[in-house]
Design a protein around this ligand. Sequence first.
Ligand code: LLP
Length: 400
Amino acid sequence: MPIRNIPVIPTPYYQYDLGLLDNTLALASSGSSRYGFHIHYALKANYDPRILSGIREAGFGVDCVSLNEVQYALAGGFEPSTIVFAGVGKSDLEIEEALLSGILCLNIESVEELEVVGMIAARLQVKAPVVLRVNPDLPAMTHPHITTGLKVNKFGIAVARLQEALVRCKNQPWLNFLGLHFHIGSQISSQQPFEALCQAANRIWHDFDISGHGATMINLGGGLGIDYLDPVNNPIPDFEGFFKLFHDKLDLPGEISRHFELGRSLTGQCGALVTRVLYVKKGAGKRHVIVDAGMTELIRPALYGAIHLIENITTIDGAEMYDVVGPICESSDCFGKDIILPYTFRGDLLKIYSCGAYAESMSMNYNLRGTIGKVYLEGHSKSSAKVIPMTGLQRFSAVR
Ligand code: LLP
């Protein structure tokens, strides 16, 4: 029997809860503005235009890692003066265009890059606003793939070369030194690494007399984690505690503006991946639930062994242990091993939580999967949610 008035949405699809996004942004905004802190949304977490509008309306700027991201943010209506541009491998074209676009700053990741930026700025006769990203050699206590502040990592300028970078800024009239940048990693779930970051930033600031070099800003990066294990009961990270820690522990002159680059914590819990069960396959010692989403839509479990809560939203009867896997030709295409679900059947819908950051933005076309659709839940509670199916984005309709 046909079901009336419920749009049939082809699966899999991303589902974005704009009400939860609004609530999350409001708390991030109140937590940061209490101290006059500035937030630049790490665009790489999610490029969705409606999410981006929410971010812009919340008054945040953007943290970009490619010229395309800078241009996307500008096209999305963000003021150039709110955009920061990081990345260890900016090309000459990216540097040139970024300088001409009038963004707030380039976060410089090496002395070698600083030299190239200086040359390009001199050629263009444009003063390059630069912030030096320092590698403080600190553990972030997170997955090694998303740890960025250890000396073995490719990111940032080693403390041992900071003096050289500062001297270069001083001697090159086309470089306008604005301050320091740090980002030690992502999905950081305790306060300790952030405390250590504050101590390192204080020490470096004072040891190198950064104020004496004319600095006006410090950027502490992002990294605040979300609760992947219990997203239902803990949908919004502790922004208040996060910003209070930096307020309490940073010991810098009051006039130095404080900037943060939050990505996952702003959007991560606002997204889910909804997928349909194609087959429940009984094998030797395992029951595989084979769904129509794969690592092509959510690569985090395959790439980092990440855990995402999976719920059967069709049924609640019974309990059975399953491996939930996708259709991609890789054994790592697995969303969860030995997880307990209700008795699950072909046709059931599963909801994979915490897919608002680094899911859609990391999706790929392997196996010529194409692009999937998305729906937006609007309003501040699930009961008033309005489902808007996207058209023109259906699977197989386009091969990117
Ligand atoms: N700033 C810089 C310089 C970054 O490299 C990043 C993230 C951020 C800010 C934002 O960090 P967040 O607040 O989102 O933790 N694909 C991985 C995460 C990679 C993060 C890369 N850099 C994942 O799915 O866990």
